[in-house]
Design a protein around this ligand. Structure first.
Ligand code: FES
Length: 164
């Protein structure tokens, strides 16, 4: 009916009427807006959770650590120390000065930082600066299978050890 109002020559040039074209474009715009609204609503309603990796890691069994040993777990940047008396504890290998990775020096019996020369004993206490604080110590436990679990999210004092 509307097509009849458009001059004949224009109808031949445009097989789609202006109204029909505007209906399609308008419908498409409404569809895009509605889809966007649904997506935004779904994002708003879904929980905004940041999944972080676990702070716990498995460190093998007691047999991996002979008495009197200091073993670096490079991946986790943690020393597993087994005292001559048999108990274990975990010491961070991250220097408390500026965060360099420290090294165990068995010939000196110390943990040394290659960056600015700080030294620590194997309990993590500062022997030489500029490190301002002892190395962090982490909680340890045994699971049901006898695996040692270290929790880097649980910082403990020097008095906390894993008795085996
Ligand atoms: S980062 Fe270890 S002494 Fe500076």
């Amino acid at each position: 009916m509307i097509d009849e109002q458009i001059p004949k020559e224009e109808q031949h040039e445009n097989p789609i009427s202006r109204r029909y074209f505007l209906e399609i474009v308008g419908g498409g715009a409404i569809g895009v807006a509605a889809t966007g609204g649904v997506i935004l609503t779904a994002q708003f309603l879904s929980p905004n959770v940041l999944l972080e990796p676990s702070t716990k890691f498995k460190a093998g069994t007691i047999e991996n650590y002979p008495p009197g040993s200091v073993t670096l777990n490079k991946e986790q940047k943690v020393f597993i120390v087994r005292a001559r008396e048999g108990y274990l504890y975990a010491v961070s290998a991250v220097c408390t000065h500026l965060g360099c990775i420290v090294n165990w020096k068995p010939e000196e019996g110390t943990i040394a930082c290659p960056c600015h020369g700080s030294k620590f004993d194997k309990e993590g206490n500062v022997l030489d600066g500029p490190a301002p604080r002892p190395l962090l110590r982490f909680a340890m436990m045994l699971d049901e299978q006898g695996q040692i679990i270290v929790d880097k999210g649980a910082i403990v004092g020097e008095e906390v050890i894993l008795k085996v």
